[in-house]
Ligand binder design. Structure first.
Ligand code: PLP
Length: 476
């Protein structure tokens, strides 16, 4: 008798392996709508996992089946239709299928030689995205893990530009001998931008937030004055096209026009807000972005592709190549026909994100994406309408895009009690498990801030959400 080979022992033959995978994936997909948004008792399931490394494994199928169960007990259903927390999309069917294919085929998009298809799809899909967002086609794009790294790429290119203005190649020689790098933005600047500026050695504390009110809105006059005061010194400007509390925007067109009259690198954080440019109903919010130098946008938010996926677009490819230079004798040279993506990106080895992005754009096209965006705008408008009509709810900001900032006020609840009450409502929603929604603060007021970016969410889900907020709120 021959002992089974390691290959046979781990997965059986390929048909057996395929049917195991199909069963597990099928179970997971069938639960997308029904798995709770948040599990009722995640800790008891995760406690069970705290055991020493087993000497003998339980085998492929047993472990995968268990993982499907565990995911129901302790996962969160961020891709489901009732997750309104953060800004999270589901995955379109084409994107999900393509992402699985990229994984099964072990696609690496470091360079042409690791996958001619993967790299080609990345180049094409990024061009399609520039078409979708109406950004200049001659810009260069790159796929990264999300909004944070997309901002990192744009700001790294900006930092490189700024160094050149001072006659230095910062990626080569660092900041030695250079002054502090001025960064101008509004109070809408995202935590991710600050993280990136910390990583890039620019320093979080060097960011000037030029605001005219407690919400953080840009003071355009003071912004122009601050640029004048630099007297021609180069600076970075960060334009926030879509902030996370109420989905508001910096005045993009005016801000960029002013910045362009000065010696600046203009970076736009459009993680979800760039999608305003996909619908004529809201495109005015993100006008002028095509005149910037770099733009960051997320894919796992409104493009509805699986985590993790984000895109940076930069006017000047050369600056990316300098900032992210990656060369060694054994590595391929980049050439325009066969680009080495890992030499213009923070990551070197990179997974095949391009499969999902290309597939979803190919499957649904410009029109499909306009419909997804407008569907989410409708969901947000519907919730805003309900919040206006219900005397126990208060809408706290006009809805610009896909985020609704509102709170439960009940009948005669004192202002001072509303903050803790709305925190309790958000916790109560999590405990009930049907919906997931975050809280934030608008000036000093605690808000619930559902964001809609998942194509699966229906108007009925929004109505059920309102009912549950009212019910939990009335309990006090
Ligand atoms: C989500 C978000 C980010 C960070 O993106 P990640 O995908 O979480 O890395 C940055 N800026 C804005 C405006 C965002 O909404």
């Amino acid at each position: 008798m021959t002992t089974p080979s390691l290959r046979d022992e781990l997965a059986g033959d390929l048909p057996e392996f395929a049917s195991t995978m199909a069963r597990v994936i099928e179970r997971a997909i069938l639960e997308i709508d029904s798995r709770p948004a948040f599990p009722s008792d995640p800790d008891s399931a995760t406690r069970e996992l705290d055991v020493p490394l087993p000497d003998e494994g339980a085998g492929t199928l047993a472990v995968l089946e268990r993982l499907v169960d565990l995911n129901r007990q302790a996962g969160a259903n961020l891709g489901g239709p009732r997750c309104f927390h953060f800004v999270i999309g589901g995955s379109t069917p084409a994107a999900l299928g393509a992402d699985l294919l990229a994984t099964v085929s072990e696609t690496v998009t470091y360079a042409w030689v690791t996958s001619p298809l993967g790299v080609h799809l990345e180049v094409i899909a990024l061009r399609w995205l520039r078409e979708l967002f109406r950004l200049p086609l001659e810009w260069t794009g790159v796929m990264v893990t999300g909004g944070t790294m997309a901002n990192f790429v744009g700001l790294a290119a900006g930092r490189q530009w700024w160094g050149e203005q001072h006659g230095c190649d910062i990626a080569e020689s660092g900041f030695v001998g250079l002054p502090a790098l001025p960064v101008l933005t509004s109070g809408y600047v995202h935590a991710a931008t600050l993280k990136c500026l910390g990583l890039l050695g620019v320093g979080r504390a060097n960011v000037q937030r030029i605001t005219r009110d407690g919400r953080g809105r840009l003071d355009l006059v003071a912004f122009e004055a601050a640029l004048e005061a630099l007297g021609g010194q180069p600076a970075l400007v960060v334009v926030n096209a879509g902030e996370v509390n109420a989905g508001d925007f910096d005045p993009t067109a005016e801000m960029i026009a002013i910045a362009r009259r000065h010696n600046t690198w203009v970076h736009v954080d459009g993680a979800f807000g760039l999608f305003a440019r996909v619908s004529p109903r809201v495109a005015h919010l993100a006008e002028g972005v095509e005149l910037a130098d770099s733009v960051a946008v997320d894919g796992h938010k409104w493009l509805n592709v699986p985590y993790d996926s984000g895109y940076a677009f930069v006017r000047d490819r050369d600056l990316m190549a300098k900032a992210f230079r990656y060369s060694a004798d054994y590595l391929p040279e980049s050439d325009p026909e066969r680009p080495t993506m890992g030499a213009i990106a923070p990551e070197s080895s990179r997974r095949g994100r391009s499969f999902a992005v290309w597939a979803t754009l190919a499957a649904y096209g410009r029109d499909g994406y306009r419909r997804i965006v407008e569907h989410c705008l409708d969901l947000a408008s519907h919730l805003a309408e309900r919040a206006r009509e219900e005397p126990e709810l208060e809408l706290l900001a006009e809805v610009q895009l896909n985020i609704v900032a509102f709170r439960f006020v009940g009948e005669g609840v004192a202002e001072g009690d509303l903050g803790p009450l709305n925190e309790r409502i958000a916790m109560g929603l999590l405990d009930a498990g049907e919906f997931m929604v975050g809280t934030s603060k608008l000036e000093d007021r605690v808000i619930l801030r559902p964001a809609f970016s998942n194509w699966r969410t229906r108007i009925e889900d929004v109505d059920a959400f309102v009912e549950q907020v009212l019910e939990i709120g009335r309990r006090g």
